[in-house]
Design a protein around this ligand. Structure first.
Ligand SMILES: *[C@@H]1O[C@H](CO)[C@@H](O)[C@H](O)[C@H]1NC(C)=O
Ligand SMILES: *[C@@H]1O[C@H](CO)[C@@H](O)[C@H](O)[C@H]1NC(C)=O
Length: 427
């Protein structure tokens, strides 16, 4: 087993079938963080949902957007994101789009793509539960995006403006943040610029989504110094977006993003400073008048209509068909004393060995293991270099909660939310 390898630079780790299973565990805390930020953000404001008698407008919008898919070339990643956030029945259009996106990357390469295009592709693949790090064994879109973002930042510090736009730099930051990459430098630049300049509505909205993602990660890491200026920037952006929405200067392309941004801002606001349902009612009227018939405009507004934002792109849907397992390893017996716990998700029906593999892949420092084939099946002979020893009569005993497992790791199938413990024991 390879240990402590930097997953970002090891394309040979690209899995053949289950593209995302190994990543779920690592991403899940993020998903939770985002979820919780959303629930506090939305519970503080009024409920803002499409009334049942107007639901058909949303369905129709979605249907038209879906039927635009075959006609579009190059593929439009924003449509894929919107369809995935809205959730469709059969998923054939989504599969087609994923394939078109991958084909384009493979055929045309990424050299000519702007950072924002790469970021949208990353978001689109993530929304489809595909791994953007492994488009093929050699194409890692997240690494490409990191390099292109770096270029943007270098250009920004040399010329006072990004190589492309602040909108794209925001999109880059959002995609990298959702991927779990370190985006502190980009976030700081965005924060500084947001405070110094007046962004257009769509730029401000995208910057809000990006900084909210970063904010939620930093809250967990208790990095309060940076948080303060991010708060300040989010405050200012929100005010600008609000003003644009209230004075109707947000056009049909930016209103969708503006709504997403207003729905996520984690900073608490006096209630009543913005009526989400009023804005929504206006948008619905415009939809009925055909204002959003353009698939791109539809793609921007649809997430808000179904109560989602680009922050929801990660994982949530990917967890269906998955089981979550909490895995703890304990050695209080010999050698180095340790207790580690990790939560991983594996495809439903996976054997316990998959949990061990996922734990090791997500955190090789704390969760390495070795197995040996015996006549009774596969045995875990060592965890974190703490090896079973027949002279000492030591072994690794596995439990479901407090009940010892009666099957081996290659046959036991954990159920959802199970707590598996491996305890170094004696017999
Ligand atoms: C290992 O650590 C636990 C918790 O800190 C402690 O209770 C236990 O006595 C330690 N055992 C050994 C062998 O050091
Ligand atoms: C593990 O234990 C829980 C609680 O006792 C039980 O509900 C569950 O069925 C067990 N899992 C398996 C796979 O036996």
């Amino acid at each position: 087993m390879q240990k402590a390898a930097n997953a970002l630079w090891t394309p040979q780790f690209c899995p053949q079938q289950e593209p995302l299973s190994r990543r779920k565990g690592r991403m899940f805390p993020w998903a939770l963080a985002v979820l919780c930020a959303l629930c506090t953000a939305t519970s503080a404001t009024e409920k803002c949902i499409v009334p049942a008698d107007q639901q058909s407008l949303v369905t129709e919008l979605q249907r038209r957007m879906e039927s635009s898919v075959v006609l579009q070339s190059p593929p439009n990643p924003s449509i894929l994101i919107a369809l995935n956030l809205a959730g469709t029945q059969d998923g054939t259009k989504e599969k087609l789009l994923v394939q078109q996106i991958k084909d384009r990357v493979i055929k045309e390469g990424t050299a000519e793509m702007t950072s924002g295009e790469v970021a949208l592709y990353v978001l689109a693949l993530l929304s489809s539960c595909e791994d953007p790090k492994c488009v093929t064994a050699d194409i890692n879109l997240v690494e490409v995006l990191k390099l292109k973002t770096k270029e943007e930042l270098t250009y920004l510090s040399d010329h006072g403006t990004p190589k492309t736009t602040f909108y794209q730099l925001s999109l880059d930051t959002l995609a990298l943040c959702l991927e779990g990459a370190n985006v502190k430098e980009a976030a700081l630049s965005l924060t500084k610029e947001a405070l110094a300049k007046d962004f257009f509505v769509d730029t401000g909205a995208m910057a809000t989504l990006a900084l909210t993602c970063v904010h939620n990660g930093l809250v967990k890491a208790e990095q309060s110094r940076i948080l303060e200026s991010i708060h300040e920037a989010l405050d200012k952006l929100r005010e600008q977006i609000l003003r644009a929405v209230e004075t109707n200067t947000a056009n049909i392309y930016s209103i969708g993003l503006a709504l997403q941004a207003l729905n996520v801002t984690p900073v608490s606001y006096p209630s009543g400073d913005w009526s989400c349902s009023q804005t929504l009612a206006k948008v619905l009227t415009e939809i009925s008048q055909g204002a959003f018939d353009n698939p791109m405009a539809a793609a921007q507004i649809l997430p808000s209509l179904v109560g989602k934002t680009y922050l929801n792109v990660i994982r949530l849907s990917c967890l269906t068909g998955k089981v979550m397992v909490e895995y703890t390893i304990i050695n209080h017996l010999r050698g180095q004393n340790f207790t580690h716990t990790i939560r991983v998700s594996v495809p439903k029906g996976s054997v316990l060995l998959s949990v061990l593999q996922a734990a090791q892949q997500n955190n090789p420092q704390d969760f390495s293991y070795k197995t040996k084939q015996t006549s009774w099946g596969l045995m875990v002979v060592s965890i974190n270099s703490c090896a079973a020893n027949s002279n000492d009569k030591t072994y690794w005993q596995f439990f479901n909660g407090t009940k010892p497992l009666e099957q081996g790791v290659d046959s036991y199938v954990p159920s959802n939310n199970e707590h598996i413990e491996a305890i170094f024991s004696t017999y």
